[in-house]
Design a protein around this ligand. Structure first.
Ligand code: CA
Length: 247
């Protein structure tokens, strides 16, 4: 059963959506304010979000922005009585997938949700932690970053990155298990297939080169994080999201 979170303060609307979706093949949760919405989102990891813009506490646009900082994959449908172009543009630029203006047809809303859920199902492989998308070809997609193991190609915003074989292997290894910390020894063993004492620092220079090619700012890397005294890991979104919430 696909989980859908409805963040909407107007009870008659949320109840109507819930009734229609629950009678189909979905299970829904209603949050009647932004704070609960973010809390439920974090706890339940829904497969799709329906988000009202005008909520009693947090603006829906800010909720969309907060979620998208750590999760670019989960479909977000904005449902709004605000039919202003600026809201529509803001919502879509922030990564919402659809913008539906009230009053709306519940049948149309359900049809659009069905389409998204089907597409999402076909193209993604949601791990326990990762919100990275992995296509059936094994291509890893994380926001603007794409790692294609078949063509051994890495691109950022569709710009191909000139990356060496070993750099590719290291990036692919880390990105295949987002959130998992790899020690330098583990990377050496996986990529070079041997335990080379004293060669751990070689990993650092490879990581440095990968960052200089990928990261906007290699001093504050977004993709590959350094875990001091341990090694490296590919950014795990949930953790990033937790930092956002508490910091
Ligand atoms: Ca509202």
């Amino acid at each position: 059963m696909k989980k859908i979170l409805i963040i909407e303060d107007e009870q008659d609307i949320s109840n109507l959506i819930k009734k229609v979706l629950d009678s189909s093949h979905y299970t829904t949760t209603i949050a009647s304010n932004g704070e609960d919405g973010l809390k439920f989102y974090k706890e339940e990891r829904p497969d799709l979000l329906i988000l009202d813009l005008t909520l009693p506490d947090i603006d829906g646009i800010d909720i969309c922005r907060t979620i998208r900082k750590g999760d670019e994959a989960t479909p977000i449908f904005i449902l709004s009585a605000r039919n202003e172009e600026i809201d529509r543009i803001m919502g879509l630029e922030l990564g919402a997938d659809d913008y539906i203006t009230k009053p709306f047809s519940i049948r149309e809303l359900k049809a659009r949700i069905d389409v998204f859920i089907r597409r999402w199902d076909n193209t993604t492989n949601k791990g326990n932690f990762s919100r990275s998308t992995i296509t059936s070809d094994g291509e890893i997609i994380r926001g603007p970053l794409k790692i294609d193991p078949v063509r051994r190609r890495v691109s950022v915003q569709d710009q191909i990155i000139n990356i060496s074989r070993k750099e590719f292997d290291i990036l692919h290894l880390l990105a295949s298990s987002p959130g998992k910390v790899f020690s330098r020894e583990m990377i050496l063993e996986s990529i070079w297939g041997v335990e080379w004492d004293g060669f751990e620092r070689m990993i650092d220079s490879h990581i440095k080169r990968i960052r200089s090619k990928l990261e906007k700012n290699s001093i504050h890397p977004e993709w590959i994080e350094t875990i001091w005294g341990v090694g490296y890991r590919f950014n795990d979104n949930l953790e990033k999201y937790a930092t956002l919430r508490t910091g």
